[in-house]
Design a protein around this ligand. Structure first.
Ligand code: TRP
Ligand code: SF4
Length: 431
């Protein structure tokens, strides 16, 4: 099988492929060739899936406006999993995207009962300092949910389009759920959509990099974005239909006039919709509808796109968890401690050295190898070598762990130095 000698075997997406079928997540492979200088996570299949990301890629390639946004709940220490989202935000900013970072204090307060002071403290100490240290530029908008009026207002608007029954189905809400928890879900949708408000430059493609466990939020928000639209544009057999969902007769008339102005000749107006017979595709009519909608005071939201990355295995095997320090490496932990954790990590090595020499190791089951792929090696050639040497039995886990431990120590020392430098620059980010 081809996967046998694949240095990315450790990030096999087998367990994730059911997400494609069950939930309609698209495979990342299909958009990868269109990206000029893909991030390591893209090349290494760590980012394995997406929704609608091709819209973002097109904007990126055509130098049109786009944005990237994600959020962090200030409920514990950031570990290497959080670093992945941070890197993805920073990469998109470097490609020309507007970057938005939410510190989800309303969520942490309502769901975890964390005090506002503690949210503030952890938000800055754990998340903000690290993302700045990793390279987020000051043109980014970093905000606390509770301090951002536009987000809270939008959350209220979105709440009028959301039904309790669907939130109950998605999040398991019941009669016992506190209402602020439900509000915080609406705030999260508002986080995702607010880069498209007029004050932030209006409708545009926005990508939300998250772990695949967050897909339910994305789906809900995409639905809500659609429900806020005044127009619905659909491709039909031989024509494009523009329907006024909440448009009213005046907007329908305005749409007809605009389409004719734009040079369409075969336009037929009905009471609640306009059919266009000479449009190339639904896309161009969609853009006209969006513009009109915004002129009329509507949102014109583009459905938000998302990227899904695979999770790292915990260093102890099993899941990486914030509540089990042995399983993860925090960005703020003592570099020496971190190095020790790597020395104790679960590898794909055999019972004995003799057996390892004979059978070779199993890098695809090795958390140390995973650390290299996800965080500690930028060099694909080097990774290929480690992989081959491991497979052939030429490499021993002792050497491997020592090298990885050294790298993680160096990385943390450097990162923590950058964090202290970031502390002096918080005001540049309006914090
Ligand atoms: N709910 C996310 C978490 O638990 C945090 C979050 C808040 C978020 N707002 C967001 C994530 C917007 C992505 C986009 O970590
Ligand atoms: Fe993992 Fe290295 Fe051991 Fe191979 S030799 S199993 S890559 S630690």
């Amino acid at each position: 099988m081809a996967t046998k000698l694949d240095p990315w075997g450790a990030v096999s997406i087998d367990d994730y492929s059911k997400l494609f079928e069950e939930f309609g997540i698209s495979s990342f492979e299909e958009v990868l060739p269109q990206i000029d200088d893909p991030h390591l996570y893209m090349k290494r299949h760590i980012i394995f899936g997406h929704r609608d990301y091709q819209r973002v890629v097109e904007a990126m390639n055509e130098k049109r406006p786009f944005a990237v946004m994600s959020g962090f709940m200030p409920s514990g220490r950031v570990h290497l999993g959080g670093k992945m989202v941070m890197e993805e935000i920073i990469w998109h900013q470097k490609q020309g995207g507007d970057a938005f970072v939410a510190i989800a204090d309303m969520e942490a307060h309502s769901v975890r009962g964390i005090s506002w002071e503690r949210c503030r403290e952890m938000g800055i100490e754990e998340y903000v300092l690290s993302i700045i240290a990793l390279g987020l530029e000051p043109s980014a908008t970093i905000y606390f949910q509770s301090k951002r009026g536009a987000v809270r207002d939008l959350a209220f608007e979105l709440a009028s389009a959301a039904r309790f029954s669907e939130l109950a189905a998605i999040y398991g809400f019941s009669g016992e759920t506190n209402v602020a928890h439900m509000v915080s879900v609406m705030v999260q949708s508002a986080d995702i959509l607010h880069p498209q408000l007029a004050e932030n430059g209006g409708p545009k493609p926005v990508v939300i990099p998250v772990g695949s466990d967050q897909d339910a939020h994305i789906r809900l928000t995409r639905d809500l974005a659609g429900r806020m639209r005044k127009f619905l544009v659909e491709e039909r057999e031989g024509y494009v239909s523009l329907r006024g969902k909440a448009a009213g007769p005046e907007l329908i008339a305005a749409a007809e006039a605009r389409l004719k102005e734009m040079g369409y000749r075969k336009v037929k107006k009905y009471e609640e919709h306009v059919d266009v017979f000479d449009a190339k595709d639904a896309g161009e009519v969609e853009e006209i509808a969006r513009e009109l909608e915004v002129e009329a005071g509507g949102y014109g939201f583009v459905p938000p796109a998302s990227l899904y990355h695979r999770f790292m295995t915990g260093l102890t095997g099993g899941k990486m968890s914030s509540s089990r320090p042995e399983s993860h490496i925090a960005l703020t932990e003592d570099p020496e401690e971190a190095a020790k954790k790597v020395m104790r990590a679960v590898t794909g090595g055999r019972q004995s050295l003799a057996e390892q020499k004979k059978l070779g190791g199993e890098p695809e089951k090795c958390t140390v190898y995973e650390l290299l792929i996800f965080h500690l090696s930028e060099d694909d050639g080097e990774l290929g070598e480690v992989y081959d040497e491991c497979k052939s039995g030429a490499r021993t886990c002792g050497t491997c762990k020592k090298e990885a431990a050294e790298r993680i120590r160096d990385f943390l020392v450097e990162h923590q130095r950058e964090r202290e430098a970031a502390r002096e620059r918080l005001s540049e980010y309006g914090l």
